[in-house]
Write a protein that binds this ligand. Structure first.
Ligand code: TXA
Ligand code: MG
Length: 358
């Protein structure tokens, strides 16, 4: 696996990306930065190339890939038609952390869409991603560049840990900006439906579209009757190796000072019990609460008052606890409005919906 470092992401030279673009055109695999997480790219129109992605990640082949484009014009060839709501969202949020589901055109192979008649498309805003896709001259299928089941990579080193020896090249563009995967909205149905929450929040979508639904499967543990519409959301994603427990205030209590105080006390209590029994314990807290913990490996995930910092550090903290080989992780939780919804979706899944109410 060749590693290429982009010297200055504010001033990208095409020569830094030409070899990567060539690899993509010829059916190889290149990991590259986007504004959300690092992606593992292959030519989306080449079924054999898409198959290599599944092999490198150890990903189930019914889990469809997102096709990344460099220009909104590139969508036309990939879809049956662009619904009105899709157009509105492209105008409002592209380039950016928003993926849309469209009815696919015959040009997109079923090997890319996991056998579905729809295709997921996103135009990233990251300049390295955008230039690479443009130079490749083909839509680039790219899931997150992690081994299936591990937290998504937010640095080139994370990609290296999972993919070294399995892919042709890693483009290192430094740490990503956002840190959680794109929002996915199905615009192929009458009422647009969010299949995965992300940095384009429910509030932002409603401002543009009015009525927006959320796939019930992403709000809680899945019963036999609730199947997520995004096949990937059914797997136990984002899983750390340790057993993670989320401590959450009782429903509707938000994160006011009293609720936060109860969470801190309970996390301390749970950690002490396991420490006394000789286990290795990790604690996920915030900048505001860091000084309140008395034992275990304490890591701040960011500032409660600035949710972007929490999203940004989330996966790196989970990976760090994997490296530290802790047995148990206890985490504070966050209110589910705005970006908090994406954060809590990822944390709840990492915890396997193991949640303690206080
Ligand atoms: O931010 C992102 O979206 C990153 C970067 C690299 O762009 N990519 C990413 O891809 O998160 P991945 O493969 O890790 O997640 C794609 C999700 C999966 O849950 C998959 O099931 C869903 O999108 N998906 C893809 N195509 C779909 C379709 N046609 N219908 C429903 N869900 C789809
Ligand atoms: Mg993923």
């Amino acid at each position: 696996t060749k590693r290429v470092k982009i010297e200055d992401t504010a001033r990208i030279h095409d020569r830094e990306l030409l070899e990567a673009a060539e690899i993509l055109r010829e059916g190889g695999l290149v990991a590259f930065p986007t504004e959300t997480v690092y992606g593992l790219g292959a030519n989306a129109l080449d079924e054999a190339a898409a198959r290599k992605i599944y092999e490198a990640k150890g990903r189930p082949s019914d889990n469809p890939l997102i096709a990344h484009v460099a220009d909104p014009e590139d969508v036309e060839a990939l879809v049956e038609y662009i619904p009105e709501n899709g157009r509105k969202l492209m105008e409002a949020f592209w380039p950016g952390p928003l993926t849309m589901i469209f009815p696919k055109s015959p040009a997109v192979p079923y090997g890319t869409t996991g056998g579905l008649d729809t295709v997921a498309i996103r135009m990233p805003s990251d300049p390295v991603a955008n230039r690479l896709i443009a130079l490749a001259g083909v839509p680039v299928a790219a899931p997150s560049a992690n081994t299936s089941g591990r937290p998504s990579p937010t640095t080139a080193d994370h990609v290296w840990q999972d993919m070294n020896g399995r892919i042709d090249m890693i483009i290192d563009g430094g740490p990503v900006g956002i840190g959680v995967e794109s929002t996915i909205v199905d615009v192929s149905c009458r009422i647009p439906t969010v299949l995965r929450p992300g940095a384009i929040t429910m509030e932002m979508l409603r401002e543009v579209l009015g009525e927006v639904k959320i796939d019930p499967a992403i709000l809680g543990p899945m019963g036999a009757d609730v199947k997520p519409k995004a096949p990937g959301m059914k797997y136990k994603h984002y899983a750390p190796k340790a057993e993670l427990t989320l401590v959450e205030p009782a429903e509707g209590q938000g994160e006011d000072a009293a609720a936060v105080e109860r969470m801190i006390l309970r996390v301390n209590e749970l950690a002490k019990e396991k420490l006394a029994a000789g286990s290795r314990v990790g604690i996920i807290c915030t900048d505001e609460s860091r000084d309140r913990y008395e034992g275990g490996l304490v890591r701040s995930i960011g500032a409660r008052a600035k949710k972007e910092t929490v999203a940004h550090n989330l996966y790196a903290v989970l990976r760090e606890f994997d490296d530290l080989k802790v047995d148990y992780i206890y985490s504070e939780s966050f209110s589910e409005d705005h970006l908090g919804q994406a954060i809590m979706n990822r944390l709840s899944k990492a915890a396997g919906y193991h949640i303690e109410r206080v």
